[in-house]
Design a protein around this ligand. Structure first.
Ligand SMILES: [Zn+2]
Length: 369
């Protein structure tokens, strides 16, 4: 990825959005951009650099759609590329109409000289604002089923983007410009991505950084075996919504041996579904009965009522709790004291490398914890 920032030039463009670059911009922020807003830093940067004055009355209108005209002025001012050069990139559209997210990023890449790599897939995570490059990202078919061995179309010949066609908000555009100017926009997928066969439903990039964070909490031997066994993680909602309608329930995640797939539409649910996978791999079924009956009530209180549904949900929830709180001594101490059997079961699994099936002939200690 070639990526560099152009020298910022001072512009004097007469528009509602922009002010001339003042030597010292006033420190006051916009009334409609509170300091705890995720876009606060980016919008402050645009303001203090003199690239925007909002409506000139103290409002940035962060949730409004960015117009094509404003996107041209903003990108030109912030990147230093000439306005005419940028204008040449856009079709002759009405400049006061909103620009799509996809269209905005095309201009942003032009303005900041981001040259996409052939064969790479670019996914926008609208929650973190990062664009991840994901080689060999899997496709999911229209019915939501993962298509093994199929990758995003043309990704071997051309760069592939999965950016939304919906209008981009002024806040999201500000964040994107700030990230491009500070060299943070395009991120290589983290190492954990190498251990997961990930499929995304079309346009389903939001929360990808969170998904990586949660998958990274799952121990490596589990992830590597899961991948080696041909299992797939589908992040999206096509199949889950279909299942939810059929079963009149809100199904957020699913583990199915019918297609060797874990489905999740929320990033954190992946830890629970991986708990179902390891339950069958390690064959903890027989040993868990005792744990479950003794500690079901504690799990309901410490984790959630759903943990008390049955022993498989109990195990998936305690596994998820164990891996997610692994570095948190207080949380682990609470777990160990309220559910000693489940805690020791997971410790035993960890000490034997997670992938050792339990031996049915060895009695599981029922006292001493
Ligand atoms: Zn479950």
């Amino acid at each position: 990825m070639r990526f560099f920032k152009k020298a910022v030039a001072a512009f004097c463009l007469c528009t509602l959005l922009l002010t001339p670059s003042y030597a010292t911009a006033p420190a006051a922020s916009f009334q409609d951009v509170p300091a705890d807003s995720p876009s606060y830093e980016a919008i402050q940067w645009l303001y203090q650099s003199g690239y925007t004055s909002g409506d000139g009355q103290g409002h940035f209108m962060p949730d409004s759609a960015l117009t094509l005209r404003d996107s041209l002025y903003l990108l030109s001012a912030a990147s230093g590329i000439s306005l005419s050069e940028l204008e040449a990139e856009v079709p002759q559209l009405e400049k006061s109409s909103p620009i799509s997210t996809n269209g905005f990023y095309a201009l942003l890449f032009q303005a900041y000289d981001v040259v996409p790599n052939i064969g790479e897939t670019y996914i926008l995570d609208s929650v973190s604002g990062y664009i991840f490059t994901l080689t060999e990202l899997g496709t999911t078919a229209e019915d939501g089923q993962a298509v093994r061995g199929e990758y995003y179309m043309d990704s071997t010949a051309n760069p592939t983007y999965t950016f939304p066609e919906t209008p981009i908000t002024r806040a999201d555009a500000a964040t994107a410009i700030y990230m491009a100017a500070s060299g943070q926009l395009v991120q290589q997928a983290p190492e954990v991505y190498q251990y997961m066969n990930l499929h995304l439903d079309a346009g389903y990039g939001a929360g990808l950084a969170d998904l990586f964070r949660y998958v990274d909490m799952i121990p490596d031997p589990i992830l590597k075996q899961f991948d080696a066994d041909g299992w797939v993680i589908v992040y999206g909602d096509v199949f889950l919504n279909e299942m939810s309608q059929a079963r009149l329930a809100d199904i957020r995640g699913l583990h199915t041996m019918a297609t060797n797939t874990i489905y999740t539409k929320l990033p954190d649910v992946v830890c629970h579904e991986m708990g179902h996978w390891i339950y069958y791999v390690d064959d903890v079924n027989w040993i868990l009965e005792d744990c479950y009956l003794k500690e079901k009530q504690a799990a309901i209180e410490l984790i959630r009522p759903y943990a008390g549904s049955n022993k498989t949900e109990f195990f998936a929830d305690v596994f998820s709790y164990f891996v997610r709180n692994h570095g948190d001594k207080t949380a682990m101490d609470i777990f160990a004291s309220s559910m000693p059997s489940a805690y020791h079961l997971l410790l035993e699994m960890e000490q034997t490398g997670w992938l050792t099936p339990f031996d049915w002939d060895i009695p599981w200690p029922t006292t001493g914890w």
